[in-house]
Design a protein around this ligand. Structure first.
Ligand SMILES: Cc1ncc(COP(=O)(O)O)c(C=O)c1O
Length: 364
């Protein structure tokens, strides 16, 4: 069996040809493919606008800046990629953490307790599983903005609506390992707020209101035309790929259901349709299990071994220490991501399951 990675992007001739065609025939920056991609993405998510940017991190930073959070507080989860909290800091606000839930790995809604200075809540649909948005909205209250970090959840559905259309804005990443990519770094912001969309379009393009006029301190944070062309083709495959990810998740769940030593991820319900950006199990002996898998040429990674509040930079900046967010810390010590990507075969899934069953002394 060849090495099985945790994730593998799909690249076809059609995607590469679309990219080459865009470079030859369109403006390399803000060419037609960019605007087409934005329209198609907005339609797919179900928002009025989509604004493409150069990464998921930029999507989060620019949205925070456009919402004017400077000097205030933003509530988010400590169990995420560090960019989630960094965006809050870069926009001049203070991240306030709310512990993650052992059940769905997402922010625990009852921990979302806004104060006088709370400007926004930033839930993350971690590993492609939608956060409990209704409860989060209720606890946040009407005056607090909700920005979804949907960087791992393209196409996931919560109560009939796609993530990215549930809050005031949604932020997506097209980094190479995500459920869809643009053949490099890229990001997208979705919103139905006209004013926010207009502000974001300026911020990503040097603060431009017209060719030579700039009325805010903006950035160069645009998505390249070639990447947008690549992304348009990927978007057409997204639903099929997500369906395959769910089938793989079902196969893992079925074959691993009797392994008492591990906890399987939530599989969703009629209301919640996850997209399994990652398939994350919990195991007390996580590191030993990862070593067993590696011996059989199977990659397993940890997302994330250090919760954000315990990263050196956050310990220093916010004075955080162990024990502040016990469930996030417990998860950080137990989670293990198994291979999942659309071209992973059933045979490969079975091979991974057999390795896990045998690790715990069972018969596959
Ligand atoms: C939850 C989450 N937020 C933010 C980001 C940042 O996205 P990017 O790498 O495109 O900057 C990522 C991915 O890398 C992510 O997984």
């Amino acid at each position: 069996m060849n090495k099985i990675p945790v994730s593998r992007p799909t690249v076809t001739d059609e995607m590469v040809a679309a990219m080459a065609d865009a470079v030859r025939n369109e403006r390399m920056v803000l060419g037609e493919s960019v605007f087409r991609f934005e329209e198609e993405f907005a339609r797919y998510i179900g928002t009025k606008h989509a604004i493409s940017v150069s990464s998921g991190t930029d999507a989060l930073i620019l949205t925070m800046m456009a919402l004017n959070v400077r000097g205030r507080e933003v509530i988010t989860t400590p169990l995420s990629f560090i960019a989630t909290a960094n965006a809050i800091v870069h926009a001049g606000a203070t991240p306030i953490f709310a512990d993650a839930s052992l059940k769905d790995y997402n922010i625990e809604p009852s921990e979302v307790r806004p104060g006088r200075d709370t400007a926004a809540v930033m839930p993350v649909h971690l590993f492609g599983y939608p956060a409990r948005m209704d409860e989060i909205r209720e606890n946040a209250g009407e005056r607090v903005k909700i920005v979804e970090d949907a960087c791992q959840a393209h196409g996931a559905v919560y109560k009939g609506r796609k993530v990215g259309a549930l809050g005031d804005a949604g932020c997506f990443s097209f980094y190479a390992t995500k459920n869809m990519t643009v053949g490099g770094d890229g990001g997208m912001i979705t919103t139905s707020d006209d004013r926010l969309a207009a502000d974001l379009r300026k911020l990503r393009d040097c603060g431009r209101v017209s060719r030579y006029e700039h009325d805010v301190f903006g950035f160069t944070a645009r998505l390249n035309t070639a990447n947008a062309a690549f992304g348009r083709v990927q978007l057409r495959h997204l639903d099929g790929w997500n369906e395959r990810r769910r089938a793989i998740a079902r196969r893992y769940a079925e074959r691993l259901k009797d392994v008492e030593e591990i906890v399987l991820p939530p599989t969703g319900s009629r209301d919640v349709v996850p997209v399994f950006h990652l398939f994350v199990i919990q195991a007390e002996d996580r590191d030993a299990l990862a070593r067993t898998l590696l011996e059989r040429n199977i990659e397993a990674l940890v997302h994330y071994p250090i919760p954000i509040h315990l990263q050196p930079v956050y310990r220093d900046a916010l004075g955080m220490s162990e024990g502040s967010y016990p469930d996030s810390e417990r998860l950080a010590g137990r989670v293990l991501s198994l291979p999942i990507f659309p071209t992973l075969t059933d045979e490969e899934v079975d091979w991974v399951c057999q390795a896990i069953v045998e690790h715990y002394g069972g018969k596959a």
